[in-house]
Design a protein around this ligand. Structure first.
Ligand SMILES: Nc1nc2c(c(=O)[nH]1)N[C@H]1C(S)=C(S)[C@@H](COP(=O)(O)O)O[C@H]1N2
Ligand SMILES: [Mo]
Length: 319
């Protein structure tokens, strides 16, 4: 064989080192290795560093008030595997399209059944509410889960400030509607803007959180900057991102997923291993970064705190 100089070798002939390593590992590990290689962690999409990128934290001196015994997923996992259809429908899309979305300036309107409706800038909102770290499990309706160290404050503290009236039975949340900054809204994959809702007692529960950060950093666009809801005992789709309006109502809100497919997505959406999604079982889940599935816990493991909210309700009917 002729020895060619480097300049004569076409790029297509060079085996990229990563590909070569993957092939070698594949050969060495056999069938089990093949399965491992197809998992995102193995494909090099995630690194397992549990740390945010180097540099100064945006929020410091936080008290961890819930869930400190849980081992959090890495910054990399939490910020590159997302559901945020406004930034694309594949799990990797929101991180890749994050640059379209500038989450400032930003304010949130609080309206409807409140004595003092108004609008708060996000800086004000952060300044007025003592922030805590809450390490919560997040269980997606699709069957995966993560553990995320949020920075935020109880939703109840925000709602009380606007003085809910006696007619307030539900809370409706709405995401920004701006097809330029959220280009996924240029396609009708869902009825836009994204809307979610809670019953008043769920919204006032101390576990319901308004998150403004994670791992001590401001929320990245893909995780719902600059503020999003987190309701840890419900499927992830209830935890609406990039909120611009909170409206207290007497009627149950028309939520996006319920409008899109009422048969598959109920209003309550409490994590429940005993009630299957019409197209798949909800009994088990895959924690991102882990190989074996684990059992899904009733109310995602928060039953002790929240089960009493639903006493007397048939959770098969009110799924
Ligand atoms: N506005 C909006 N909020 C949203 C979504 C969305 O597509 N748009 N996806 C939901 C779903 S299905 C999940 S599982 C969580 C994911 O949150 P994370 O990407 O921070 O893990 O966000 C929820 N909030
Ligand atoms: Mo989800």
């Amino acid at each position: 064989m002729l020895i060619r100089r480097a300049a004569d070798i076409r790029p297509s002939e060079i085996t990229d080192e990563k590909v070569w390593r993957a092939r070698r590992d594949f050969l060495r590990l056999g069938a089990a290795g093949a399965l491992l290689l197809t998992s995102p962690a193995r494909a090099g999409l995630f690194d397992s560093t549990p740390e945010p990128p180097p540099g100064r934290a945006d929020f410091t001196g936080l008290n961890t008030t819930w869930g400190s015994e849980l081992k959090a997923n890495s910054w990399q996992e939490i910020t590159t595997y997302n559901n945020f259809y406004e930034l694309g429908t594949d799990k990797a899309d929101p991180a890749q399209n994050a640059h379209y979305f500038t989450p400032q300036p930003w304010s949130v309107a609080i309206e409807g059944e409140v004595a003092r409706p108004g609008r708060l800038g996000v800086e004000d909102l952060i300044a007025r509410h003592p922030l805590e770290e809450r390490i919560y499990r997040l269980r997606c309706v699709e069957g995966w889960s993560m553990v995320i160290p949020w920075v935020g404050f109880p939703l109840a503290d925000l709602l009380k400030r606007f003085e809910p009236t006696a007619n307030a039975k539900y809370v409706e949340f709405t995401t920004l509607h701006d097809p330029q900054r959220l280009p996924g809204q240029q396609r009708a994959v869902l009825p836009w803007p994204y809307v979610e809702g809670l019953r008043m007692d769920e919204a006032m529960h101390p576990l319901s959180l308004i998150a403004v950060g994670l791992y001590g950093r401001m929320l990245p666009a893909q995780n719902g900057a600059p503020l999003r809801l987190v309701v840890p005992w419900k499927y992830g789709f209830k935890s609406i991102k990039s909120i611009v309006r909170i409206r207290l109502t007497e009627q149950m809100p028309q939520t996006t997923w319920h409008r899109a497919n009422a048969h598959e997505y109920g209003f309550y959406a409490n994590v429940n291993p005993a009630v299957d999604h019409p197209r798949w079982s909800q009994a088990r889940e895959r924690r991102i970064g882990e190989f074996l599935k684990r059992d899904t816990l009733p109310f995602n493991g928060y039953g002790e705190q929240v089960a009493s909210l639903y006493s007397g309700m048939d959770l098969t009917q009110w799924f």
